[in-house]
Design a protein around this ligand. Structure first.
Ligand SMILES: Cc1cc2nc3c(=O)[nH]c(=O)nc-3n(C[C@H](O)[C@H](O)[C@H](O)COP(=O)(O)OP(=O)(O)OC[C@H]3O[C@@H](n4cnc5c(N)ncnc54)[C@H](O)[C@@H]3O)c2cc1C
Length: 429
């Protein structure tokens, strides 16, 4: 194809997709995909943070136009995905469409990818065209750190899945586990804190040990933890491992991975070499690549710094960041969880609606409850409530409002599913 033909091919294809020409003569986007009329908030990312923010803006003030931009056609929940990996639930259970947000609240859903930000003109460029906004909220989730020094790249994830974003990765790990041979070894690497869902790797390890035991496979799971100790609900996890999985689970802390030999499935660490039939390498994490591309991460930083009261970015006015992409220190003591992203969605909704209506937003409160299965029938949990503190200008944990149970229980396994169904409903329906 000649250059001229190729250019007009691209232009014509794009017109077809967007319904409007979005490329100018210098290859720049210029036309608005949905022309702005009244007050408008754009939300990027239809996960726990973004979908909640979009819904609660509409609940607070239905006159505001809300456009939710999400690159995927479905929401696939990370919570409960560990149960899918071990065959206790299926993908359908954790997969949802976005149509109810449109139908119930009048949110405009645009399946597109946010590419570039022009904060001077309040303009966002997406794969479907340009959009103008009064307020822009981003909840784009996490990104993974590739590390050439140890031979880790995201190109390996078909063979060495992380399964730390639910969807195809969940299915790969589930498939690998279903084919685990008798006496096989699973290696699970826990990333260095901070990472998405602190108890998540230990829940997964418990469920895989339970899978090995239930199916009489005679194999084991080896946890290689980069942290000093189990980062969440440590006593409760360790009690379950001691009681249930003395043969099936081995735990090592302070493990530094020095090399990954994907061909031979060998991990070299400061504690020795280890060969796995399955390697579930969960990489170290940072804010989503979208937050970097849109200029929301300060030089040499990995997460987005925000005002803890309003969630406005420390870099750009009228741009807000919530969810896992935020820098924990700048927000306060909250973990990177779906429940917290959902809480942040509500706080930022109040924040932008108040600002658009010339009012001061109310003082932020947030809550977290996180369940983890330790076997196919029993679960543990941790809860906390947070409030904004004027003295430190951060969100802090309210004393006496946090807790863990004394031990695991069957009723909490039921509560975990109720919790998940409630938060999916609160976020998406
Ligand atoms: C195995 C596992 C188990 C977990 N269990 C729990 C649990 O029990 N409880 C709990 O509270 N939390 C749990 N979590 C954590 C929870 O999933 C995350 O904290 C939560 O998803 C964060 O929400 P978010 O909105 O920040 O990001 P996400 O939910 O990841 O949403 C980000 C969205 O942004 C979209 N996006 C990104 N960039 C763009 C772009 N440029 N254009 C358009 N769209 C874009 C993505 O496609 C994605 O849909 C778990 C996580 C894992 C991995």
């Amino acid at each position: 194809m000649s250059n001229i033909n190729r250019r007009s091919f691209i232009k014509n294809t794009t017109v077809g997709v967007a319904g409007l020409s979005i490329f100018g003569c210098a290859g720049k986007y210029h036309s608005e995909v949905i022309p702005k009329k009244g007050k408008r908030v754009i939300v990027v990312g239809g996960g726990f943070g973004g979908a909640t923010a979009a819904k609660y803006i509409k609940l607070n003030d239905p006159t505001i136009e809300v456009i939710l931009i999400e690159k995927n056609s479905y929401f696939v929940s990370c919570p409960i995905s560990n149960l899918v990996i071990v065959g206790l639930k299926d993908m359908n259970y954790i997969t949802f469409k976005y149509d109810l947000l449109e139908k119930n609240y009048g949110i405009k859903i645009l399946q597109a990818e946010a590419l570039e930000l022009n904060p001077e003109n309040n303009t966002l460029i997406t794969t479907k065209g340009v959009l103008k906004y009064d307020k822009l909220i981003l909840s784009p989730g996490i990104g993974f750190i590739e590390d050439n020094n140890i031979g880790y790249s995201l190109n390996l994830t078909d063979k060495i899945p992380h399964a730390w974003k639910a969807g195809k990765q969940t299915e790969i790990l589930r498939q690998q586990l279903s084919e685990l041979k008798k006496g096989g070894t699973v290696i699970l690497r826990v990333p260095k804190s901070p990472y998405r869902c602190p108890p998540g790797p230990y829940e997964r390890a418990s469920l895989i040990a339970n899978f090995i035991k239930r199916n009489n496979l005679g194999g084991k799971i080896i946890i290689l933890d980069s942290n000093d100790d189990v980062t969440s609900k440590g006593k409760l996890f360790k009690a379950a491992w001691n009681n249930f999985y003395r043969r099936e689970l081995e735990y090592f802390s302070q493990v530094e991975v020095q090399n990954i030999d994907a061909e031979n499935m060998i991990i070299d660490t400061n504690k020795g070499k280890i060969k796995g039939d399955i390697i579930n390498f969960i990489p170290n994490q940072k804010a989503s690549n979208t937050a970097f591309k849109l200029g929301l991460i300060k030089e040499d930083k990995l997460w987005a710094f925000v005002n803890s009261y309003t969630f406005e970015s420390e870099i750009f006015k009228n741009v807000y960041v919530i969810g896992d992409s935020t820098n924990t220190g700048s927000v306060g003591t909250v973990p990177k969880s779906g429940y917290i992203a959902n809480s942040m969605g509500k706080v930022v909704a109040e924040s932008v609606v108040s600002s658009l209506n010339g009012k001061m937003p109310p003082k932020p409160f947030m809550a977290n409850a996180c369940y983890s299965m330790v076997s196919d029938t029993e679960a543990i949990w941790v809860t906390a409530v947070y409030e904004y503190n004027e003295n430190v200008k951060r969100t802090i944990t309210i004393k006496g409002a946090s807790g863990t149970p004394k031990t695991r229980s069957k009723i909490d396994a039921k509560h975990q599913l109720s919790w998940a169904e409630n938060i999916w409903s609160d976020t998406l329906m």
